[in-house]
Design a protein around this ligand. Sequence first.
Ligand code: 15L
Length: 276
Amino acid sequence: MEKNGGDKRVQHILMTGAAGDIGTRLRRLLKGVYAHLRLSDIRMPADLAPDEEFAAADLADYRQVEQIVAGIDGIVHLGGYSVEGPWPTILQANIIGCYNLFEAAYRAGVKRIVFASSNHVVGFYPRDRIIGVDVTVRPDSRYGISKAFGEALGAFYADKHGLRVTCIRIGNVNDAPVDRRRLSIWLKPEDLAQLVRIGLEHADIRFEIFYGMSDNAAAWWDNRRAQRFGYRPQGKAEDFRAQALAAQELLPPDPVGDRFQGGPFCSAEYDADQRG
Ligand code: 15L
């Protein structure tokens, strides 16, 4: 990828959650783009290269977060718990951890944050609805609630303190869409890298929410806001339709999940229909 051609003041980048699946893909795609990329996670990435810098941190510990944000211009915040979990886990990793990250970044003079939000912020919208980024949040899980909290933190630090914040409601990052639902929400890793770079570099970013999806014909989301900032996704989920539908055949039926955009995150623990 070519070097940062946008905001030249953003050269020292921190990536949290660097050992996770998305972090592992993204750090390869961003290699060489910025002068300095510091990787962080609670554990060291298994495949850390000798030329990569790593600093371990537990995001729930403010002092540790202060240390990893020192000297940084821009943050790609992927860290936290990335699926549904028990409340104490979500509270520590995604609520306290996310607050610590934004607060420490603000105090350290960080200019930009790209926050890995999730489609599960709006998971309870039905699949026959096309939604934009200005709809009321309808989280489908404690995890989705925590991502909505992260978006709210982003808006607050942008509006009150002038940080430039981009929240990406990530669909599903993978080499290809793996079932019917993912035909609508698939995000090619290179397209995610494009969105992250817009957040870190584009001169007009103040506070934005983008949908993290590729050029999917079956999309449920209106992503014109991202397009306005130059996003031109290359992935097309339809190229993989046959294999995604074949994989879907192997999955058990999910009558509740299949109604909603969030799929299994909606059907897990679901008992709304039993309450009348
Ligand atoms: C997410 O937010 C999760 O992090 C990921 O593991 C997938 O489950 C994805 O959503 C999805 O909705 O497919």
